[in-house]
Design a protein around this ligand. Structure first.
Ligand code: COA
Length: 168
C-alpha cells in the first residue's frame, strides 16, 4: 500500500481541492486528507464543520479518509505511513511558498516526497478566501464548491442568496 496525505486548512473545501484529491487517488492506493488544526489562519468553519464537509465530499471515495492533525505535516505523514505529501499548484504565485514548504519538509524528513499536481485551469483563480468573500456578499459560488458547502457558507453568513445568473 503506497499512501499519501493531502494537508491543508480546507476552510472550506473547494472543487479545486476535490480535483487535486481525485487525481491523487489515481496515483496512490490511499489518500488521507489532513486538516491542519493549528494553521496560522483564522478559519470561518470549526474543525468539526470542516471535517463534516470533507467527509461528505469524499463519501463515495473508498480510498480516502479524513483526519485532523496538529504539529508538523511530515510527522503526521510518518504516523500515517504515507510516502508523500500532495499539494496543488494553481499559479506561479503559489510556487515560492510551496517551494519553501517542500524544501523545509524535505530537510526535516528526507524520506517523504512532496508531489505537486497542477490545478485545472477552471480552478486556477479560486481560493477558499475568495469564495468566502463572494459568499459573504451573497454571490452564488456553486461553480466552485459542492452544493452543501455553498449552503454551509450561506448559513454562516446567514444572508439571502443573490444568483448572479438569474434574469431578474
Ligand atoms: N483549488 C482551489 N484552491 C486551492 C487549491 C486548489 N487546487 N489549492 C490550494 N488552494 C487554496 C486554498 O483554498 C487556500 O486558500 P486560502 O489561503 O484562501 O485559505 C490556499 O490555497 C492554500 O491553503 P492550504 O492548501 O490550505 O495550505 P496552507 O497554506 O494553509 O498550509 C499546511 C496548510 C497544513 C500545509 C501548512 O500550514 C503546514 O504544513 N502546517 C503544519 C506545520 C508544518 O509542518 N510546517 C512546515 C514545516 S516548518
Amino acid at each position: 500500500m503506497r499512501t499519501a496525505i493531502y494537508p491543508g486548512t480546507f476552510d472550506p473545501v473547494t472543487n479545486g481541492h476535490l480535483d487535486i484529491l481525485n487525481r491523487a487517488t489515481e496515483l496512490f492506493d490511499g489518500v488521507t486528507i489532513a486538516i491542519a488544526a493549528d494553521s496560522n489562519k483564522t478559519p470561518l468553519f470549526t474543525l468539526g464543520e470542516r471535517m463534516e464537509l470533507l467527509s461528505n465530499a469524499t463519501k463515495d471515495m473508498p480510498n480516502v479518509r479524513v483526519s485532523v492533525f496538529e504539529g508538523l505535516t511530515v510527522e503526521f505523514a510518518r504516523k500515517c505511513g504515507a510516502v508523500a505529501i500532495i499539494r496543488g499548484l494553481r499559479a506561479l504565485s503559489d510556487f515560492e511558498y510551496e517551494f519553501q514548504l517542500a524544501l523545509m519538509n524535505k530537510k526535516i524528513a528526507s524520506d517523504i516526497e512532496t508531489i505537486f499536481l497542477m490545478t485545472q485551469s477552471e480552478f486556477s483563480f479560486i481560493s477558499s478566501s475568495t469564495i468566502k468573500w463572494a459568499a459573504s456578499l451573497h454571490a452564488g459560488v456553486s461553480d466552485f464548491v459542492p452544493a452543501y458547502v455553498e449552503k454551509a457558507l450561506f448559513s454562516k453568513y446567514s444572508g439571502s442568496r443573490t444568483d448572479l445568473n438569474s434574469e431578474d
